[in-house]
Design a protein around this ligand. Structure first.
Ligand code: COS
Length: 390
């Protein structure tokens, strides 16, 4: 049976996340955006109430929330501020490969580290010359006895400047393309250098850094999954995290939609509130439909994961549609505000800037279309175990 009704527990969870966004995030969101303030205190509070690390299983000290429940949280928190939620949620991206591929010892140590204290971890895949083309990465990991030595540079790393450990992808067989990549857990030490904090268009409260690994040594046991299977681990991770990004995009779009709707009832032109004009009504109607569709796609992609099914296609549908929706809806919200929408004193210009990254990170809208086209034209039947531990 298909039923979109939330259970009482899910309603309570959504309400809790919404209250947090109202009380802790919204009051500072525009100020943090202006100043690029690192939201340390908000991260600590989110950790305390269980809105961080939601996917870490209970056996490692986490709340063990479902992917669907994660989507409910991410929409509400991003409604508050998607930059702050990007920082709150980034542990989910870094821990997913550990949950899928880490040994029991690695899970206990590194997932435990995040649940015992409000610490951070970052996902290091992208490089200056390897963005969409993951297999073009140059970072190397060389086995040396019972260690791997990692050397290379990663960029656009969310929370990179504040992370205590990193999930790092590196070439272990440089001649083998995507079949020569492995993933590792790398604790931060003196050989891990934070090179640069980016000054971004939007999501300015989140930290985005360049990280250099300078002959960083990790125990061989920090390998995630099998050697040379890191590409698959990255793709399985993105299948699991893209619904959360889609949920955030829905949150941004909803925030813009609410501001625009309220404004359209107050702003008077030609003697009536502009909401009385069909030109505005049609903009509002299209926003509402797109947000509704994006949320349903997001929920669908999350539910499939909770059922233990591969959701590559649905995850890309949701990410692509919700990200494009966030961009379109925030742009239209600025349009509803007219000239005022372009002014920083009004709320929607921040949302339009924030929305842009949704079409870029965790795979651009073009990469999502590429995945959708491949899955549609040449459906793959990948046998995907729940974990890929060697
Ligand atoms: N789950 C499991 N395995 C997957 C998979 C998935 N979702 N997608 C691909 N694979 C496997 C394939 O089955 C194939 O396996 P074999 O080695 O056994 O043949 C392998 O991975 C390579 O797949 P493919 O040929 O599709 O790889 P490509 O390099 O052509 O394309 C894209 C992969 C472009 C889709 C991928 O590189 C990608 O998603 N890029 C964007 C990266 C991204 O999101 N970056 C943002 C960083 S995080 S902020």
């Amino acid at each position: 049976m298909v039923d979109f009704t939330l259970s009482d527990e899910q309603k309570a969870l959504r309400e809790m996340a919404h209250d947090f966004a109202v009380k802790e995030i919204r009051p500072v969101a525009w100020e943090y955006d202006r100043d690029g303030t690192w939201p340390a205190e908000i991260l600590r509070k989110a950790w305390e109430v269980g809105l961080m690390n939601s996917h870490i299983p209970e056996e490692y000290g986490g709340p063990g929330a479902s992917y669907f429940d994660g989507c409910l949280i991410e929409e509400e928190m991003a409604w508050g501020c998607s930059g702050i939620q990007t920082s709150v949620g980034a542990n989910g991206l870094a821990t997913s490969p550990v949950i899928i591929g880490g040994s029991e010892e690695v899970k206990r140590e590194y997932l435990g580290m995040l649940t015992e204290e409000p610490k951070l971890a970052s996902f290091c895949l992208t490089e200056p010359d390897a963005g969409s083309d993951v297999s073009g990465m140059r970072t190397r990991a060389v086995r040396n006895g019972d260690k791997y030595v990692i050397t290379g540079q990663k960029c656009f790393i969310t929370n990179g400047g504040y992370a205590d450990w990193y999930t790092v992808y590196a070439k272990t067989d440089p001649e083998a393309g995507h079949r020569g990549i492995s993933a590792f857990v790398v604790p931060r030490d003196d050989t891990v250098i934070v090179d640069k904090k980016e000054d971004k268009m939007g999501q300015r409260a989140s930290n985005t850094a360049t990280i250099t690994f300078n002959e960083t040594e990790v125990p061989a046991g920090n390998l995630l999954g099998a050697e040379n299977k890191g590409f698959k681990l990255a793709m399985m991770t993105l299948d699991r995290t893209r619904p959360g990004v889609a949920a955030m995009a829905v949150g941004i779009a909803r925030a813009a939609f609410e501001f625009a709707t309220e404004y359209s009832k107050e702003r008077v032109q030609f003697g009536v509130p502009i909401a009385m004009h069909q030109a505005i009504q049609f903009l509002i109607a299209d926003m509402a439909t797109k947000i509704h569709a994006a949320r349903l796609m997001t929920w669908n992609a999350g539910v499939l994961l909770d059922q233990g099914r591969r959701n590559t296609l649905e995850s890309s549908h949701a990410k692509r549609f919700a990200a494009d929706t966030a961009m379109e809806v925030t742009t239209d919200a600025v349009q509803v505000y007219g000239g005022y929408g372009f002014i920083k004193e009004y709320p929607v210009e921040k949302l339009m800037r924030d929305a842009k990254i949704m079409q870029l990170y965790e795979g651009t809208s073009q990469i999502q279309r590429l995945v959708i086209a491949r899955e549609t034209l040449l459906p793959r039947h990948i046998e995907e175990p729940a974990t890929v531990t060697a």
